[in-house]
Design a protein around this ligand. Structure first.
Ligand code: 5GP
Length: 197
């Protein structure tokens, strides 16, 4: 149905939150979903963490200093923000609002602390949590990425377990990433079947 067919239908886009423990494959799923949904847009977060090799400012994240980040918190420029693994991450408010106003589907790939904040501001947000097929599979994937020391891996695993526990309360959609293509299809179906904001 088009806007002309139904003048009472809102034109605002859908806000989608995708969260999940690190190593669960949420970035891969999110990227595929963005490619397949023509009006969808991935929000670029701001972070104080160090830029990793191969990352580009404004592509993976906007990289800023802690002082700059704090100033932006004070000025109310974030839709949500949280400290994750000792670094600050936040979703720029203006870009998200503009895209929603323009009718785009906006996807936030953020942690559960941020997800909870978003759900309070936008109760109609579509909340999707990506789950590993098992704890063993998750430990294996986090360890295999090989980017970090054993201690960091253990910390990420503990973080993952508490994220999973917290998620069951606030995310109405949970998708198990047992098969990548199936998980991508399920996320797309959830987004498409959610009512317009
Ligand atoms: P990484 O540093 O590995 O890219 O991300 C670490 C964690 O921060 C991931 O769980 C990711 O989802 C989360 N994250 C990334 N951007 C944001 C954001 O804007 N807000 C919140 N709350 N979490 C974020």
């Amino acid at each position: 149905m088009t806007q002309a067919d139904n003048p009472t239908k809102g034109t605002r886009g859908k806000l989608v939150v995708i969260s999940g423990p690190s190593g669960v494959g949420k970035s891969t799923i999110t990227k595929a979903v963005i490619e397949r949904l023509p009006d969808a847009l991935l929000s670029i977060s701001m972070t104080t963490r160090l830029q990793a090799p191969g990352e580009q400012d404004g592509r993976e994240y906007w990289f800023v200093s802690r002082d700059e980040f704090r100033r932006r918190i004070k000025d109310g420029l974030f839709l949500e923000h949280a400290e994750v693994f000792g670094n600050l991450y936040g979703t720029p408010r203006d870009k998200t609002e503009e895209a929603l106003e323009a009718g785009r589907t906006v996807i936030l790939e953020i942690d559960v602390q941020g997800g909870r904040q978003v759900k309070v501001i936008y109760p109609q947000a579509v909340m999707i949590f990506i789950l590993p097929p098992s704890t063993e599979a998750l430990a294996d994937r986090i360890g295999r990425r090989g980017r970090e020391s054993g201690e960091v891996v253990a910390r990420r695993l503990r973080g993952a377990q508490s994220e999973i526990a917290a998620a069951s309360k606030c995310y109405e959609n949970q998708v198990v990433n047992d098969d990548l293509e199936r998980a991508i299809d399920e996320v797309i179906r959830i987004i498409e079947s959610a009512p317009d904001a």
